[in-house]
Design a protein around this ligand. Structure first.
Ligand SMILES: Nc1ncnc2c1ncn2[C@@H]1O[C@H](COP(=O)(O)OP(=O)(O)OP(=O)(O)O)[C@@H](O)[C@H]1O
Ligand code: SF4
Ligand SMILES: [Mg+2]
Length: 367
């Protein structure tokens, strides 16, 4: 019998190793224009029971990083060097070294991913139930009645009409229903880790709230270990224990949610946060990050953010900084993080008056 997520969380507090450890992971896509350096040297531990948000502009490598963990990258992608260590019970494996059959077992049962586009994740000619049964049988679960009962329960959990959805074809479901159905399928085999890529993008505000509510229940009641990828800082503020900012394929800052949002030490994170309107501050105070993300085939020298950074110096143009500890479990990759600290002493980030703070009250996307 495998451990529940709560037991994993308890283990982690007893200094158990994290279920997922990425060490120096690089992903390159081979294209006619050259090598797209989509992920560059990511090192990251994901602890049991924690939810980690990945934020950053479009093209910063968030989805690529998620796909590399479940090994579902395009065939043109090369993941090297690096290791992706997954741990469960006494087992410890490098996901990058799993065979095809081991990978099939790993996906869904150990680590499930809900994709950015829910429609693409379904086979359009199969009813939902057939897809669920295929997934269960591929993992050696042949008791149809038990699978059906579990899936009907999960459909109730995601607040869908079970009998309607189970017999439907994917195109008969709305975007929000598909996203929730996919969430139910991803929970079928009780994975230890759930990766959610933009779980609420392109959904109306009420459906977004439903999905956020479900994710909150997964986090608070079932202590799921989750990575969720989002442009939406409000969702990150609401659901994450820790937040990582990605820029040009790198994690440039990572820390506890409060620290990252109210005491960022990287100019890029600061720019993302100041680009979000607060409840108290008006749109007139909004700030935008000049320029656009770099070409990942021809990256700038030194710190990849230097062409857009108001704190940049000559050193930044020449040398790329590594992550450095700047507070408790708070790391940033910036030569001049102390200048960001001083700037925030002069112009602190305003806090909202509402329950989950200003960030959690907005749904503005940062693209
Ligand atoms: N199959 C592919 N072949 C070539 N380049 C790719 C491929 N998939 C992604 N890329 C490139 O890799 C970079 C990172 O893409 P990725 O989809 O990981 O970014 P993202 O942060 O998830 O962006 P978004 O927020 O728009 O979803 C981008 O420059 C993208 O164009
Ligand atoms: S290292 Fe320099 S360019 Fe890069 S974020 Fe820090 S100040 Fe800006
Ligand atoms: Mg993406």
């Amino acid at each position: 019998m495998s451990k529940s997520n709560l037991e994993w969380q308890q283990d982690s507090t007893q200094n158990q190793k994290p279920p997922l450890s990425l060490q120096n992971v690089y992903v390159n896509y081979g294209t006619r224009k050259g090598n797209v350096q989509a992920v560059r040297g990511v090192t990251l531990d994901l602890y049991a029971g924690e939810s980690l948000a990945l934020i950053g502009e479009s093209g910063s490598g968030k989805t690529t990083l998620g796909l590399s963990i479940v090994r579902l990258l395009a065939s043109t992608a090369k993941v090297e060097p690096g290791t992706i260590i997954y741990r469960r019970d006494q087992r410890e494996v490098d996901v990058l070294k799993l065979s095809t059959s081991e990978l099939r077992q790993f996906r869904w049962r150990d680590c499930a991913m809900v994709f950015q586009s829910a429609l693409n994740a379904f086979n359009p000619v199969l009813r939902v139930w057939d897809q669920v049964l295929d997934t269960a049988q591929a993992h050696g679960w042949s008791d149809r009645t038990a699978v059906r009962e579990r899936f009907l329960d999960l459909l109730k959990f995601v607040q869908l009409d079970p009998t309607r959805v189970i017999n439907a074809y994917p195109h008969e479901l709305s975007g929000g229903m598909r996203q929730r159905t996919l969430l139910a399928i991803s929970l079928l085999l009780e994975p230890q880790i759930l990766i959610l890529d933009e779980p609420t993008t392109a959904l109306d505000i009420l459906t977004q709230r439903t999905i956020i509510g479900l994710l909150r229940r997964l986090k608070e009641e079932q202590h799921f270990t989750m990575i969720f990828i989002s442009h939406d800082l409000a969702i990150a503020a609401e659901l994450a224990d820790r937040v990582a900012t990605m820029y040009a394929g790198r994690i440039v800052e990572i820390g506890k949610t409060y620290d990252l949002f109210y005491q960022p030490r990287h100019p890029y994170t600061l720019g993302l946060i100041r680009a979000v309107p607060t409840v108290l501050g008006g749109f007139e105070e909004l700030f935008s990050i000049p320029g656009s993300p770099p070409d990942l085939v021809n990256l700038p020298s030194g710190c990849k953010f230097h062409p857009r950074c108001s704190f940049a110096t000559d050193k930044c143009k020449q040398q790329e900084p590594e992550l450095e500890e700047v507070g408790e479990r708070h790391f940033t990759a910036c030569w001049h993080w102390q200048d960001v600290e001083k700037e925030l002493e002069l112009h602190p980030i305003r806090r909202g008056a509402a329950k989950h703070d200003a960030l959690a009250q907005t749904t503005v996307e940062v693209r």
